[in-house]
Design a binder for this molecule. Structure first.
Ligand code: HMG
Ligand code: MG
Length: 283
């Protein structure tokens, strides 16, 4: 039997968060429902963040209330703090994600606090989530480069990743926020991380700014990682990371994983329908 791999769909969140014109709530809901129908098992739907910081995600509660939940699909949301967690819980999110950075510059621009302050802020979120049986995913952004601080040392990524796992995150997603990683830098990073963290606790989150995302995923696959974040239609960008182009496209990751012999459970034809719709939402 083929080995399985997971595409963690982040298009409705990471993909759409950067769109300038407000996308209709009904269209966001329709996109999530099409993604559910394609066989994806993990879908990051939205973020419970400050609407002043990310206006596009201001309808998070309405989107969560409007989607049709497919059995076996986990609907995930981002939560930067306790306020976000309470809203996520009220919206019946299946899992939440806290998001930290390996670099100070991005942490300050993105969530208005230092890396250490962000981890302290996540502590009560983690405790409450775990008390309610809600799994928490952790992100580490800027795994090789920060748009503000430049090159990032693998040890800085290891430090934050280990702290997130020690706090109770079930998995840490490694964010190449501005798509600056290369197979060489990813390989050097994984050497450091995998000496301390099992591969099944790590996921790859690559933006395709310089067209290297699939090569970077290949390096991760060879190192034993089996979960990859991707956005349908290659939607994406981060409002607080200039130069962060779209996430690697889910359909391209599906192609790569299939070519490498992995089973993802995703139906390519149905995903293609979602891709067409996602592209039509771009402004
Ligand atoms: P702050 O201004 O320091 O927060 O922002 P504050 O606690 O002082 O609150 C300011 C205002 O925001 C208050 O409202 C709060 O109530 C409100 P006011 O009283 O002034 O009217 N507020 C909230 N409202 C709704 N939901 C909340 C919330 N929290 C506070 N959860 C804060 C700090 C973290 C809130 C802000 O910086 C923020 O929301 N940042 C989010 C930025 C973001 O979403 N970035 C994109 C996601 S990260 C990413 O894309 C990278 C990733 O893809 C991986 C990768 O690629 O590397 C994950
Ligand atoms: Mg991202």
């Amino acid at each position: 039997m083929a080995e399985t791999a997971t595409i963690f769909e982040v298009g409705p969140r990471d993909g759409l968060q950067n769109e300038k014109a407000q996308i209709a709530t009904a269209d966001k809901i329709a996109l999530v429902d099409m993604l559910s129908a394609s066989g994806l098992r993990k879908i990051e739907v939205t973020s419970f963040v400050s609407p002043r910081w990310v206006p596009q995600m201001a309808d998070a509660a309405e989107v969560m209330a409007g989607i049709t939940r497919a059995p076996g699909v986990d609907y995930a949301v981002l939560t930067p703090n306790a306020k976000g967690f309470e809203a996520a819980r009220a919206a019946r999110a299946d899992e939440i994600a806290v998001f930290a950075s390996a670099s100070e510059g991005f942490s300050r621009k993105n969530i208005n606090c230092s890396v250490a302050e962000s981890l302290a802020r996540f502590e009560p979120v983690m405790i409450a989530a775990l008390a309610h049986g809600i799994p928490v995913r952790g992100y580490v952004s800027c795994i090789t480069h920060c748009p503000y601080d430049g090159a990032v040392a693998p040890e800085a990524v290891l430090d934050v990743a280990e702290k997130l796992l020690a706090m109770g995150c079930y998995e840490v997603s490694l964010g190449d926020t501005i798509g600056a990683a290369t197979p060489d830098t990813v390989s050097a990073l994984l050497d450091v991380l995998l000496a301390r963290i099992p591969a099944e606790k790590l996921a790859g989150h690559f933006h395709d700014t310089h067209g290297r995302a699939l090569d970077n995923i290949d390096v991760c696959l060879a190192a034993g990682l089996r979960t990859f974040d991707a956005a349908v239609g290659g939607l994406g960008g981060c409002p607080y990371a200039p130069g962060a182009a779209g996430n690697v496209a889910s359909e391209a990751v599906l192609g790569l994983l299939s070519e490498r012999g992995f089973d993802t459970g995703v139906d390519a034809a149905r995903l293609a329908e979602a891709t067409r719709f996602a592209r039509s939402l771009r402004t």
